[in-house]
Design a protein around this ligand. Structure first.
Ligand code: DGL
Length: 255
């Protein structure tokens, strides 16, 4: 790594506010880096759209950030990672492109009965099904697609009774039957308190910290780290500019 470091920004994107849960982990681990966060709230939810459309949107955001000088891209979205990460890496082989997947691997290591919450598209795409075959001991994993939940989170009021009612309806039948919950959509870590209110004491797993560690490793291996004497920062952008206030609020919120 050079003495001056690499000051270019790291581009992070999601369908909306969810990727902020990944951004937070990245900033905590890499405080000297500059991050630019883009939420595509205008096109959320991605999880109810087809693979081709999710891939097109992901290419649009990644290509723009790369054109603007990003040194690495973080796909802070399980759905977009499943639909587009492999194709993006093929198109941009010289740039680290990190993704996120439902944290089934650490959850299955911990053992017990596992509930995986994710978008409809994530659970339908091959990537998740391969993961579930590799790390889901037979009978121990239940996967619940949560269509409609992202819209409730994007509305910005996490105390909205409609969220508790939704979770009660979806998860009420699993009370006492699960030990761990895998938050397989980056929007869901903001609902840990509400999920605990339905399920009681469960262990949560999400991929944010793993993605941050991967990003750090890639930056180090490729000589892309920022200078450690500089203070990093975050800029927020959205396809719905009014949503930036929500991204900032969630970013400041304790994990
Ligand atoms: N936050 C995203 C994920 O991790 C996508 C949510 C959506 O737009 O459906 O899957």
């Amino acid at each position: 790594m050079s003495n001056t470091g690499d000051d270019r920004f790291i581009g992070v994107f999601d369908s909306g506010a969810g990727g902020v849960s990944v951004l937070r982990a990245c900033v905590a681990l890499l405080p000297h880096e500059h991050f630019r966060y883009f939420g595509d709230s205008a096109n959320a939810p991605y999880g109810d759209q087809g693979e081709q459309r999710i891939r097109e949107l992901s290419f649009l955001h990644a290509a723009r950030m790369i054109d603007e000088g990003a040194k690495a891209i973080v796909i802070a979205c399980n759905t977009a990672t499943s639909a587009a990460a492999a194709a993006l890496r093929e198109t941009y082989p010289d740039l680290p492109i990190l993704g996120i997947e439902p944290a089934l691997k650490p959850a299955s290591k911990a053992g017990g009965r596992i509930l995986v919450l994710a978008t409809k598209a994530t659970v339908q795409l091959d990537k998740y099904n391969v993961l579930a075959q590799e790390h889901g001991a037979a009978g121990n994993v239940v996967t619940v697609p949560c269509s409609g939940l992202v819209e409730l989170i994007e509305s910005g009021d996490l105390g909205d009774p409609a969220i508790s009612e939704y979770l009660q309806r979806k998860l009420g039948g699993y009370v006492g039957k699960v030990d761990s919950v895998v938050l397989g959509c980056t929007h869901y870590p903001f609902l840990k308190r509400q999920i605990t209110a339905v399920l009681g004491d469960v262990a949560f797993f999400d991929g944010a910290e793993g993605t941050a560690r991967n990003l750090k490793r890639h930056l180090e291996q490729n000589g892309l780290c920022a200078c450690t004497s500089q203070q990093g920062g975050v800029e927020f952008e959205s396809s719905v500019p009014a949503q930036v206030a929500l991204y900032k609020r969630l970013f400041e919120q304790a994990p």
